[in-house]
Write a new protein. Structure first.
Length: 1058
């Protein structure tokens, strides 16, 4: 429950040692608010937070459901309700129901018609067809569509206007169309897998419910329940709606689906908390009934329930574009603008030079196709898929491929505590008896403690006063690996008892059978049982909240002797209690009483209603404390995060003292730091901010978080490097994520409960737990930790950083050939030479020979310790920046162009056409009616002969690019490290180079294939022309990197390090 830390240690330990209520959501609603739409109080709240509403309206375009009338701001706001507070008679009057007979069938039918079915309304599904069509016309596809349409247009113009036409333009239009469709299908499959989030919520709704109408019990479908219905629930059921409990017997609910906390919660008819989610008299829709029975009145149904609100919030909230999506859009915009500007300028130049619209269109298509890296989307997607597979082998299951890179860009991790940072297994850590605090280890002792010693008596009490039992299937497992049935604290005591006695607990319990028991309840705060010992005498044992146990005792065992309990012992007790409680541990007190055999003979009939045995005048034995300890490896993982400049924030529903203890153990809070507190009503926000200079860590309680304005929360998370949020609700977790995002942070969120789903969806990357996580949390997340271990996130961060580095290398590799593909069309338009490289050949490079080598760069190892540098700043460290474009276009690209043109002019020269003869020969060269074009030596060439030579030049230029791209692939392996020092372990890269050779042979020499692609095989000496350029490229870039390493702040670094 959302309690405040108090100076009174009794209050603190009450909240730690008693059954914790389960730390859930601070979302509430009133039946009146839902029916009337907007009460005045709600209206005032909405007015006060209108700026926040406007922000959300801008971010979230989906309209609220008409049925509930709730906007995003409404869903995020904590709404007051009092249905659980008012007297039952007033409650029944308000909802016009009978506490004994329930509603009449007619009343129920009328309400069902008015309020609608008791079910969760799924959001309107997006059309898959529309989604696919949008992909077809976004990004680079727009430019390719322009190219395809222009090719078709030029073919049609020639076909209908000119006596001769070129079928190649029709083939080109078809090829571009196929490229668009194939890449779009690939992208659609990867990015638009169906969302099943609402299905996860729907699966939590029970199908049937037991209802009392007209005084008769009925089984009806849950969807037919209405407000005011009188319902019954028993062990094994699920709550069919949000209900107010009016009668119960040992009724316990499992709230783990909401909170992630495994302790069952006892529910009773008593109102115990203003927050309906903390009050004992409220049972929430879809929660599991662990045991017991209850009768209650339905308060809220369907979308109006707490679960309905979370479902609506989860389905509507979105994190927006991932950092990688943003980078891709930026990349597309840059390349698109370059392509269109160059294309339009030279289209105009081509028109002005020869006034041939068809030639100008072909030229424009060439410019567009040369600029667009058609294979880049496939390269990035495959690279992310390969990385996701690597992460899956390391217990990180990636659902959203872009999440791979997002995790690498993460600058803040908001982590749940239970089950993620900790083991989700309560463990006994200390005992206190004979005025000594003793550490408890997981060592197996050879035999139990000596009977009748203080330790022996406290072990006996802890062993007997417990309901926890080993699971039958685990009984032969080692003690530390066994699973048990029961309350988390009792399982911890069972495991402690077994370790301390060499696994003799079951044997001891069999020798001391239980004859009576009063289970733990929240009002008494104790559990008591009576046992028959081996001498047929009875022993009473009791455990519970330490102050409550001590209050029932008159004696105490000290140094193996029973003495009267005095003020000195109470002082020792208080000191020990404060010490253990201050460490964030759950503390239990233990006492016993050997019953007088004259008053309690062998055949005595013990009764708990009424109680006929003493509960006062007992003998105090000692204290046992326990905690859910950190997972192995988590402290080291948090340190690695901090070394990588990633802020780790704990967001938990647990008590502030417990949260602080665990945070310090796992290094989220430095033990040497002074800690500021915003926990109690007396704590001032201004004091916390002013304390920052001396205190670098702060703990914030959920109740105080409610009182902070948006600007205050933003300021707090911005200045404090170490933050712990305790007793938080799901809406608050969502607000915390938003606060860090407003500060420019890339936020990852971990969670396992339904209550975490909105935050998981809002985060830049949501990470769910694979073992303890609910289906809803897994469906809302982008990534699942298969072992529930926070340490696995570090693997993901490292892989994410590495893949972004490698994607930069892949992009640089792909873009370098753009210049070599573009310049042939520039010279074709401006100098009138025959076309050196065809558009089809460009496509063969971009989606053929370059594809696998680019993908192989995803397998490169890191150049340096990437976990020692800060996260990338998305505003400055982009996938494509001007330095990368300068490096690829103006340096490596120029070398590739020189290699291609040198090869082209050599092939032409050896066939009789010297460079001077090629100048402005284009119109004559392409005229199908001219069959006597003279070369430099007077030889005449027919149109078919000229085309054969041109195709030979296309093949030579194509292979020259392939050769220099081999060298480019080698230098692309590093951005600053020397090739001599960077270990070569990427065997996939070798297969990539081999694939380019195989594909080149296929395109150039296989009969039939080279004819389709209009490429002609080349002589070996022509193939070797580009080799010196490849060597020069390697030496040039190795020299550049050496200069960068020697002067990392110099001009060359600033201008060429991408």
């Amino acid at each position: 429950m959302l309690l405040m830390i108090q100076s009174n240690p009794e209050s603190v330990t009450d909240s730690i040692s008693s059954e914790r209520s389960e730390d859930c959501l601070v979302i509430a609603s009133s039946r009146k608010v839902w029916d009337q739409g907007a009460m005045s109080k709600t209206t005032v709240q909405a007015t006060e937070r209108e700026p926040e509403r406007k922000i959300w309206d801008e971010i979230f375009c989906r309209k609220p459901k008409k049925k509930t009338g709730l906007s995003m701001a409404d869903l995020k706001r904590d709404v007051e309700m009092d249905d659980h507070k008012i007297p039952l008679e007033e409650f029944a009057k308000r909802h016009k129901t009978n506490l004994e007979k329930g509603l009449t069938d007619d009343d129920a039918a009328e309400r069902l018609k008015k309020d609608g079915l008791n079910r969760l309304t799924p959001p309107k599904a997006k059309s898959k067809l529309v989604m696919f069509l949008l992909i077809l016309v976004t990004g680079f596809n727009i430019l390719l569509w322009i190219g395809s349409i222009a090719s078709l247009t030029s073919f049609l113009i020639e076909y209908y206007v000119q006596p001769q036409y070129n079928i190649e333009n029709l083939y080109l239009a078809a090829v571009l169309f196929l490229v668009v469709v194939i890449t779009s299908v690939f992208q659609f499959y990867q990015e638009n897998k169906s969302s099943t989030i609402m299905k996860g919520f729907a699966d939590m709704v029970p199908p049937m419910a037991t209802v009392i109408r007209d005084g008769k019990h009925k089984e009806i479908q849950v969807q037919d329940l209405v407000v005011g219905d009188l319902v019954e629930c028993k062990g094994g059921d699920r709550c069919p709606a949000d209900i107010r409990i009016i009668k119960s017997q040992g009724f316990k609910l499992d709230y783990s689906s909401l909170t992630g906390e495994n302790d069952p919660i006892t529910k009773t008819p008593e109102f115990t908390h203003n927050n309906p989610l903390e009050s004992r008299n409220v049972a929430l829709f879809s929660t599991n009934v662990v045991e017991g029975y209850c009768k209650g009145i339905v308060m809220l149904t369907g979308d109006r329930t707490i679960m309905g609100r979370i479902a609506a919030l989860t389905s509507q909230v979105t994190s927006g574009k991932t950092p990688l999506s943003t980078e891709m859009n930026h990349f597309i915009n840059v390349i698109g603008i370059v392509a269109i500007v160059i294309g339009v300028v030279f289209f105009a130049i081509s028109i002005s030079i020869n006034r041939n619209i068809v030639s100008a269109i072909i030229f424009f298509i060439g410019i567009v196709v040369a600029n667009v890296p058609e294979g880049i989307v496939a390269t990035i997607t495959v690279a992310l898929t390969l990385t996701a597979q690597k992460m899956s082998a390391k217990n990180c299951l990636v659902k959203n491929l872009h999440g791979v890179e997002t995790l690498g860009s993460t600058s803040t991790i908001c982590s749940d505590k239970t089950g993620t940072l900790t083991q989700n297994r309560m463990t006994v850590t200390h005992t206190w008896f004979d005025n000594n605090v003793n550490d408890v280890t997981d060592t197996v002792f050879p035999e139990p403690p000596t009977p009748n010693t203080t330790e022996g008596l406290i072990w006996r009490c802890a062993t007997l006063c417990s309901r926890a039992e080993w699971r039958n299937e685990d009984i032969n497992q080692p003690i530390k690996k066994r699973e048990a049935n029961g309350d988390a604290s009792e399982i911890a005591l069972l495991r402690y008892g077994a370790l301390r006695s060499n696994d003799t607990v079951d044997k001891f319990r069999a020798a001391w059978p239980k004859v009576a028991e009063i289970p733990f309840n929240s009002s008494n705060k104790y559990q008591v049982s009576v046992h028959r010992n081996e001498s047929d005498r009875f022993v009473l044992v009791m455990k519970g909240a330490p102050e409550k146990i001590l209050a029932r005792c008159t004696d105490v065992v000290m140094n193996n002797k029973t003495i009267k309990l005095g003020h000195d012992f109470k002082a020792m007790f208080t000191h020990a209690y404060d010490k253990l409680g201050g460490m964030g541990e759950r503390v239990l007190g233990f006492c016993d009483l050997e019953l007088d055999p004259e008053k309690f003979p062998e055949d005595f009939d013990f009764s708990t209603e009424p109680i006929n045995f003493p509960l006062e005048g007992l003998r105090f034995l000692g204290l046992i404390s326990m905690i859910d300890p950190p997972r192995p490896g988590v402290p080291e993982a948090v340190k690695l995060c901090q070394d990588a400049r990633i802020k780790v924030v704990m967001v938990t529903g647990d008590h502030p003292i417990t949260a602080r203890a665990i945070a310090q153990q796992v290094h989220i809070i430095n033990k040497d730091y002074k800690v500021a507190h915003l926990v109690e009503d007396s704590d001032s926000f201004d004091d916390v901010i002013n304390a920052y200079e001396g205190e670098k860590a702060v703990i914030v309680h959920g109740e105080q978080l409610k009182k902070l304005a948006v600007e205050q929360l933003d300021h707090l998370v911005k200045i404090y490097p170490q933050v712990v949020f305790s007793r938080t609700s799901p809406t608050q977790k969502l607000q915390i994520v938003e606060a860090y995002q407003r500060c420019g942070r890339i936020v990852a969120v971990t969670g396992d409960g339904v209550n975490d789903a909105p935050a998981l969806r809002k985060a830049d990357i949501g990470i769910a737990m694979g073992i303890a996580g609910t289906e809803v949390s897994k469906q809302a997340a982008d990534m699942i930790l298969l072992n529930d271990n926070f340490a696995s996130i570090i693997t993901g961060v490292e892989e994410g950083r590495l893949i972004f580095d490698n994607l930069k290398k892949a992009v640089a590799y792909v873009l370098t050939s753009n210049v070599a593909e573009l310049t042939p069309f520039l010279l074709y338009a401006t100098t009138g030479i025959p076309l050196p490289l065809s558009i089809v050949a460009i496509l063969l490079i971009d989606v053929g020979t370059d594809l696998w080598p680019a993908i192989s760069l995803a397998y490169e190892e890191a150049e340096n310790n990437i976990m020692k540098r800060p996260p990338r700043n998305p505003e400055h460290d982009k996938l494509v920046n001007y330095r990368l474009l300068s490096f690829t276009y103006l340096q490596i690209g120029v070398i590739q162009s020189l290699a291609g043109f040198t090869t082209y002019f050599i092939v032409m020269a050896e066939n009789g056409f010297l460079p001077k003869r090629l100048y402005q020969i284009r119109d004559t060269w392409e005229d199908q009616g001219i069959d006597d074009v003279d070369d430099s030596y007077g030889q005449q060439w027919s149109y078919d002969q000229r085309k054969t030579l041109e195709h030979c030049c296309h093949g030579a230029f194509f292979f020259a690019i392939v050769v220099v791209q081999w060298a480019d692939l080698i230098v692309a392996r590093t951005r600053s490290a020397s090739l001599l020092s960077h270990r070569f372990s990427n065997t996939v890269l070798l297969t990539g180079m081999l694939s380019t050779l195989v594909l080149s042979y296929l395109f150039l020499f296989v009969p039939g294939v080279h004819v389709v692609f209009q490429l002609t095989g080349l002589r070996i000496r022509w193939a070797m022309v580009a080799v010196p350029f490849g060597w020069f490229l390697v030496l040039f870039d190795e020299t550049r990197r050496m200069a960068i390493r020697r002067n990392p702040t110099g001009w060359l670094y600033r201008e060429t390090y991408y």
